[in-house]
Design a protein around this ligand. Structure first.
Ligand code: ASP
Length: 408
């Protein structure tokens, strides 16, 4: 029984964010102190989230598939999800490229001669595909290779449905573990106001001045595109296909957005995103499949960032991109965003692949690397909001389909 009325978690997180930013601004001249004493607490919180994410993805996808108990339904949800993810990501890059071109004139011409950036080895496309499939039962779990974990969960989930009666104890076990890990997650989420404060404060302390520096225009362009994408694409999609008012959607999505902003991790935000979507009326069987998948492969914000940065880097080197090159960027950035892990900083690594595809100098990444965290906070918000919109839309479409079927 609750004796005192507590502030809702979302309000607590929001207050923590504001306090964290204020504390960060105050600590600007002591950012080493913020790094030494405040950041580690944020790291503990992120570690706890990382710890819970693998079991949550594994069990929630398995439980989601099993609960549908019909392979055709899994297929129908899967196809809708993938099509939505691909289309919105392609639109996102187009918005990023358009925004970049629109504001190109305002980009600063930076001194580019002494920049170096060590790109990590580029993985050939087929290797990326091969890498999705696990060759070992334990390694994907222990190394948190999310795509492989998803493949495992889908495979086992299907097997449970096909085995039928004999798998009944496993169904019970999977559902029970799912409930247990969800509870763990809830407990960890209670700490999120502290986590948010400790994550955002050192970032602001270290970057406060840089925000106002020469990269402000590129950052601003990216943030305008982030907002445009969310307000136009998601509002329209949620309204037309999700049967929901965009205002309601963004209101319900707000806690997850703040969380994504401070943690810069889609995977870390997964638990809170799941809770939010279910509160907004998405079906559990849909969220448990669509959201973990989205946190791994659907990165609209990352795609926007890659579009804006490609134009920016080209402009800094005095290169003008041709329409054919831009089309190449749309294709590679869609793939790159699928391959981007939902953890802080992953999108910047994939930017190398996008630049390389059109022959732009990889050293250009050094231009944006210093403020990557600020790009990252915004792109993660877009990434998880895209996932949530998909969960609500697919839930609505599936519900309608079921109603039609029962009426017929
Ligand atoms: N941090 C982003 C995410 O977790 C990925 C990225 O770096 O673009 O969604």
């Amino acid at each position: 029984m609750e004796e005192k009325k507590k502030l809702p978690l979302a309000t607590q997180i929001f207050i923590a964010l504001v306090l964290g930013i204020i504390a960060g601004l105050l600590l600007q001249s002591h950012s080493d102190m913020a790094d030494a004493y405040i950041k580690p607490i944020g790291t503990i919180f992120l570690n706890l989230l990382k710890f819970i994410v693998v079991p949550i993805v594994l069990f929630s996808i398995m439980a989601g598939i099993i609960s549908m108990s019909d392979i055709r339904k899994v297929g129908s949800i899967g196809i809708k999800t993938i099509v939505y993810y691909m289309c919105t990501t392609a639109v996102a890059i187009v918005i990023g490229l358009a925004g970049g071109n629109l504001f190109k004139g305002f980009f600063p011409i930076l001194e580019t001669s002494d920049l170096t950036y060590e790109a990590s080895e580029e993985t050939p496309f087929m290797d990326t595909i091969v890498g999705i499939f696990p060759s070992n039962f334990i390694a994907p779990l222990s190394e948190a290779t999310m795509l492989q974990v998803i493949v495992m969960a889908i495979l086992i989930g299907f097997a449970v449905i096909l085995v039928g009666e004999e798998a009944a104890p496993a169904v019970k076990g999977i559902n029970s573990f799912n409930a247990i890990f969800m509870k763990c997650m809830e407990m960890i989420l209670k700490l999120s106001p502290i986590g948010v404060f400790c994550l955002i404060c050192p970032v602001v302390a270290a970057n406060g001045a840089a925000i106002l520096g020469s990269l402000a225009m590129v950052l601003l362009t990216a943030y305008i595109c982030y907002f445009a994408h969310m307000l136009i694409v998601y509002s329209l999609a949620v309204k037309t296909m999700g049967g929901m008012s965009p205002i309601e959607f963004f209101k319900g999505q707000f806690p997850a957005m703040i969380f994504a902003f401070s943690s810069s991790s889609s995977v870390g935000t997964l638990p809170i995103n799941m809770q939010g979507c279910e509160k907004m009326g998405a079906d559990k069987e849909v969220t448990s499949f669509v959201l973990p998948l989205g946190a791994t492969i659907n990165m609209d914000g990352t795609a926007i960032y890659q579009g804006v940065c490609a134009i920016f880097i080209a402009a800094c080197y005095g290169i003008s991109l041709t329409p054919a090159q831009m089309l190449t960027i749309v294709l590679t950035a869609t793939l790159a965003s699928i391959g981007t892990a939902g953890v802080p900083g992953a999108g910047m690594v994939m930017l190398a692949m996008v630049l390389a595809s059109v022959g732009l100098p990889l050293d250009g990444i050094a231009l944006v690397a210093g403020v990557d965290r600020i790009f990252d906070m915004g792109r993660t918000v877009v990434n998880i909001t895209g996932d949530a919109s998909c969960a609500l839309i697919v839930s609505n479409l599936e519900r309608k389909k079921a109603q039609k079927k029962s009426a017929a």
